[in-house]
Design a protein. Structure first.
Lengths: 252, 252
């Protein structure tokens, strides 16, 4: 699939809008993605106005791509629509639990990736923003997300201003296990990460951050334990507040 | 993207193996998918032997596609490989928390969907199995998944024996929100679900199950509250046992 082989994340965009009809076609195509029991447990919120993008940028830690992109798509795990349908049809929905959150999150993320590829096939560039999980409650408030709706992916979309280089990836065998999971020996880790560690760009990254190893740049600078723990609690709180974990905590 | 427009889930397969090299190419293409901080927080376990498929079938509630498919792919959220790398590089990993599970699950699910489309582009058919989350602990045991590895998707892959009809989908506007989430009125729910409820196949489904409404088939037969709550607790337990939620419970 050349589309996959040649893709790269795009963070800088031309100042060009995306045709509204094309955006809906992209989304329509993505709805062909597999979905649990054909329930389609996702929603996508489209933000295209400067006002929205400026308001949302700080929640995404002011990543430039948010204001520069033609559109910011926020993809949500959504059991609200389905639950409402059940309620209006004399059926007793039972989706206020963690499994239902995971089920809807799976639906939403598979949908998000189809949507991204359908956009890229049309010459658009995309970038996923992990910040959507860090600050989930702020997005819930901003978008007025009702109970049983939680954001799981945010994607900036626009016409690429540049063609960035393709980043490295681990050798394919790093992610493949035959029959059973074969845990990694130190020798295997050394071999699988050697190319990444030898890249000039990554060596510069280590020295710029005054670290000994590339791994330390991740643990001490980019994805720190304290931040992860803070955002863990916040995301769990958001999931709970949105009604997906009533049995763990009776505060609501 | 015609690949998306024309796709349908395939549950019946020809008795034909998948070329091993092609399978690895499919996976290699899928590794081009966006991944958090280029950490590639996923693994895929390939099961192709009759022995494995027979052993795994009951864990997937004996869905026929498991034994019939040429391959069963189990995609896992995986922070183990990255954590090991950190440990071998004098870096202190901080990924034993819920946010890290979600981050790895996002990586794994985006990867799974790229992999599925890359397989479909080659004429293969795929089917996602939600059972992988219901019985996560059994898969963890079967595959020997180490700490910080949790299955999030299972996909059967094989050459289609038939071309099943495309299932219905909600009108695209059902999943799209402009600027803010606009909650659904009863009238909107009626309009969005009318086509689905009017399908002969779904009407038969209602009468065969002796129900009043299609929604009741979901709430009372297919995705029941009691099952969801049972599987919620089990999946949370599995996530906790795999080390992704140390702060919620000190049993380990």
């Amino acid at each position: 699939m050349d589309l996959l082989k040649n893709r790269r994340t795009v963070r800088a965009y031309e100042n060009l809008p995306i045709d509204e009809k094309m955006m809906l076609e992209i989304i329509e195509e993505a709805t062909r993605t597999s979905t649990t029991g054909n329930m389609q447990l996702y929603s996508v919120i489209i933000s295209t106005s400067d006002e929205d993008k400026k308001a949302l940028a700080p929640l995404h830690f002011n990543q430039q791509c948010v204001t520069q992109a033609a559109a910011l798509l926020t993809v949500c795990a959504d059991y609200n629509r389905f639950t409402k349908w059940c309620e209006y049809r004399n059926a007793q929905p039972g989706y206020d639990n963690f499994l239902s959150f995971i089920t809807a999150a799976i639906d939403a993320l598979l949908f998000a990736q189809s949507l991204s590829l359908a956009a890229e096939e049309r010459g658009l560039g995309i970038c996923y923003l992990g910040t959507v999980t860090y600050n989930a409650q702020a997005f819930i408030d901003y978008f007025n997300l009702p109970r049983l709706v939680v954001p799981v992916a945010a994607i900036t979309v626009g016409y690429p201003a540049t063609e960035p280089p393709q980043p490295d990836r681990l050798p394919t065998e790093a992610v493949v296990h035959q029959e059973k999971y074969h845990d990694y020996s130190r020798e295997q880790i050394d071999a699988l990460y050697r190319m990444k560690e030898d890249l000039a760009e990554n060596k510069r990254f280590v020295s710029e951050n005054n670290k000994e190893t590339l791994a330390q740049v991740f643990t001490d600078v980019r994805y720190k334990k304290n931040d992860n723990e803070l955002f863990s609690n916040r995301y769990l709180d958001a999931i709970r507040k949105q009604g997906f974990m009533p049995t763990k905590n009776n505060e609501e």
